[in-house]
Design a protein around this ligand. Structure first.
Ligand code: B12
Ligand code: SF4
Ligand code: SF4
Length: 332
């Protein structure tokens, strides 16, 4: 009789077949002591009001501390990385047009990555069922796919699974892929036999990200005040910006998201160089000429961004962002 494959071996094999360039799991009980340091940081950050108007972060506090509240009986987390566009999005010259965060290119990553993970798990379940039939495994396997929208501390689980370290800019950095990667994970009701395996932190004495943030949003290394972050202001904050004038003045030509603290990171420069042969064409979702944007109706904007991550930025919100970016580029 063949040796049964462990659940972890099945997951790794299915993740590789699904094309994920980096993946790994960790058992929740084994990682508990390390994970609680992350959860404590999260609570302290919320207590200082750093989440601004993102009230869902406040509401999901308990669930983020305990994955079993997200999937009852959760015993492990299997994380994957999915790289995204490495070249800039929008116009390099702010006299011509605005900048967009790279991750906004293409269809909404929440959908793409969730679908990919669901397909991967179907494959895992099929392989698992073969072993159940051969009486080699317990019957049940319950799981939940999460991509950003669940109350899960994604960077923490990915870091504890050895997929990278959390940089001073607060993002997960894979030594080879850099930080232009999405994180997705599957919570499982079975253990994988794996403890935490954090890798070394390679930031060293570098402070490029902290020094280059246009709005001085970093209070310190690993500590971001969302309320000053262009990404928060343009993507998450609805209604008025409610930020000091000196912050708004420094937002530059960004109309949705911001990549500055990643563009300067040496680990991305390396990843960008390695991918320099990749096609850099922008999808239709990105309109990058001031003139066209100024003449675009709210309805036309809504139709243009449908199905993309940009659709989370509502038409009135985008108009507000556009007005500020025009002002910052001395065009209004
Ligand atoms: C809220 C949120 C935001 C907020 C707050 C950002 C932030 N730094 O937390 C805003 C709107 C500003 C934002 C912006 C962006 N976001 Co965002 N965001 C999230 C979200 C939903 C929750 C993050 C969170 O919990 N923050 C809370 C605070 C406490 O986090 P923190 O200070 O970094 O500390 C945590 C860890 O980093 C860790 N930690 C940090 N330092 C240290 C040090 C030690 C010693 C220890 C033990 C632990 C530790 O402990 C804390 C608990 O996890 C996640 C998805 C998710 N569910 O996790 C995506 C996520 C973090 N965002 C993502 C992206 C892509 C972005 C942007 C790049 C988008 C853009 N281009 O505009 C920017 C980057 C800005 C930046 N420098 O962070 C990706 C990041 C991928 C990656 N490689 O890391 C995520 C993971 C979404 C995804 N599924 O891919 N985001
Ligand atoms: S995303 Fe932009 S504004 Fe936000 S911390 Fe990074 S550089 Fe600063
Ligand atoms: S720019 Fe430097 S300090 Fe910032 S995350 Fe990258 S390596 Fe770390």
């Amino acid at each position: 009789m063949p040796e049964p494959l462990s659940l972890n071996a099945i997951l790794e094999s299915a993740a590789a077949d699904a094309g994920f360039p980096a993946f790994g799991g960790v058992d929740i009980a084994r990682a508990q002591a390390d994970f609680l340091k992350h959860a404590d940081r999260y609570d302290a950050w919320i207590s200082r009001g750093m989440e601004g108007a993102m009230s869902y972060l406040q509401r999901g506090r308990d669930r983020r501390r305990d994955p079993a509240m997200v999937l009852p009986g959760a015993r492990s987390v299997f994380s994957v990385l999915m790289p995204y566009r490495k070249g800039p999005l929008g116009r390099a010259d702010s006299r011509e047009g605005p900048r967009y965060a790279r991750y906004l290119d293409g269809p909404d990553y929440h959908d793409v990555l969730s679908e990919k993970l669901e397909a991967m798990m179907k494959d895992v379940c099929a392989r698992w069922a073969d072993q159940v039939r051969a009486d080699l495994m317990p019957f049940s396997l319950r799981y939940k796919v999460c991509v950003d929208t669940s109350a899960v501390l994604e960077r923490s689980w990915a870091a504890l699974s050895g997929l990278g370290w959390i940089g001073k800019n607060t993002l997960l950095i894979h030594p080879r892929l850099g930080s232009y990667v999405f994180i997705g994970e599957v919570l499982l009701d079975q253990e994988l036999g794996l403890g935490p395996r954090p890798i070394a932190d390679y930031c060293g004495s570098c402070t490029r990200c902290l020094d280059s943030c246009p709005t001085k949003a970093f209070v310190a290394a690993h500590d971001l005040d969302s309320r000053k972050c262009i990404s928060y202001l343009t993507l998450e904050k609805r209604g008025e910006f409610e930020a000091p004038a000196e912050v708004l003045d420094q937002m530059g030509p960004w109309v949705a998201g911001c990549d500055v603290c990643q563009e300067v990171c040496p680990f991305n420069l390396r990843a960008v160089k390695a991918a320099s042969g990749e096609a850099a064409a922008q999808g239709a979702v990105v309109q990058d000429r001031w003139e066209d944007l100024m003449n675009e109706s709210l309805e036309a904007y809504a139709a243009r961004v449908k199905g993309s991550a940009l659709s989370r930025v509502k038409p009135e919100q985008f108009k507000r962002n556009l007005d500020q970016a025009l002002k910052n580029s001395n065009l209004s």
